[in-house]
Design a protein around this ligand. Structure first.
Ligand SMILES: O=C(O)CCC(=O)C(=O)O
Ligand SMILES: [Fe+2]
Length: 326
């Protein structure tokens, strides 16, 4: 028998990495399935309250304030959105406000849940991003102090199923493509499909939601602070697939934001200097704070939702535009 011929092989060339902007997942986050499902149960119970009760806690979105209850649009504006929200702000004296008894009855549990996201998930990630940016490990942490003035909130959300006819009028898009305006958004497990992320080529891809993972989304403030190095993810929500379309879609989301007076400009970072990103990628015509940016975006959103304008306005503040995507 002749020895088999040994083929010479060269090293494997890896295919090019995907250039997609991604959400990323955090696992091993320390939240039990039960803890999360209790929050969903509270979310469901909140939206089951009579509408007269919920509207006592309306948020003042005209002024860019998202604390409290946002009803879904109805009547002629019914196609503008199909979701109700209840945003529960940080548990600090600045944000003391009335809440329904249901929320009061579970105050400590909701508070512990919110603080756990802030302390055990947000802060370690901020240290990681500081490491990536080659800046002091606590630089971002010191700008997201829980006790400081500024708004973060836990959001309970409920999307109401709509008929195929109504959904067809808006191209089956429940929430148009957008970026979030905060630092990081944490989306807890979401069994109803619908969330999609936009690739740099402009295509949309479903975001899977593994049961043990929190989906994390980089948002505008982090993009500004990192000179565009960390990209604010463009995402949207579409009509769920046929086997899920008749079920209400509950979402449990935490929005972390920088402290109110943090200026949205790139941090001084060796990495950004090397990459030539130290100059701002988008230029505000004057300094803009995290609070101003968020309020301006919420107020513009209010104008569209409530029918004051028929097209979403592009310019948000100080010459910087927000893009919307179908
Ligand atoms: O409900 C979701 O899955 C995403 C919601 C969202 O993008 C938002 O509220 O900003
Ligand atoms: Fe979003």
């Amino acid at each position: 028998m002749s020895p088999s011929k040994v083929e010479t092989i060269s090293t494997y060339e890896y295919p090019e990495e995907t250039k997609e902007r991604c959400f990323f997942y955090v696992v091993g986050h320390g939240f039990s399935d039960e803890e999360i499902r209790r929050q969903y149960a509270l979310c469901e119970a909140f939206f089951d309250l009579p509408v007269e009760e919920k509207t006592k806690y309306l948020c003042d979105t005209a002024k860019g304030d998202f604390r409290g209850y946002k009803p879904r649009s109805t009547g002629k504006l019914a196609t503008r959105d199909n979701d109700e929200r209840y945003n529960i702000p940080k548990f600090t004296p600045e944000h003391e406000r009335p809440h329904p008894q249901l929320i009061r009855d579970h105050w400590e549990e909701i508070r512990a849940f919110s603080l756990k996201i802030h302390n055990d998930v947000l802060l370690p990630l901020l240290r990681l991003f500081a490491y990536v940016l080659e800046i002091d490990e606590d630089y971002l942490v010191e700008r997201h102090r829980y006790e400081a003035e500024g708004l973060e909130y836990l959001r309970y959300m409920k999307y109401h199923p709509r008929t195929a006819e109504v959904d067809a009028q808006i191209g089956n898009i429940w929430a148009k493509g957008h970026t979030d305006y905060n630092t990081l958004t944490f989306l807890f497990h979401q069994p109803i499909a619908g969330l999609q992320v936009q690739t740099p080529e402009g295509n949309w891809k479903y975001v899977k939601s593994p049961r043990d993972a929190i989906i994390v989304n980089i948002a505008d403030a982090l993009e500004f602070l990192s000179g565009g190095y960390l990209k604010s993810t463009v995402h949207r929500v579409v009509r769920p697939p046929e086997d899920q379309v008749n079920r209400p879609r509950l979402s449990l989301i935490y929005f972390a934001r920088p402290e109110a007076n943090i200026l949205l400009k790139p941090v001084v970072s060796p990495l950004l200097q090397r990459l030539g990103l130290q100059a701002e990628t988008e230029h505000f015509s004057h300094d803009v704070t995290a609070e101003e940016w968020a309020r301006a975006r919420i107020a513009k959103d209010h104008r569209f939702r409530t029918g004051l304008v028929d097209q979403r306005e592009k310019e948000i503040i100080a010459g910087v535009n927000q893009k919307y995507y179908d």
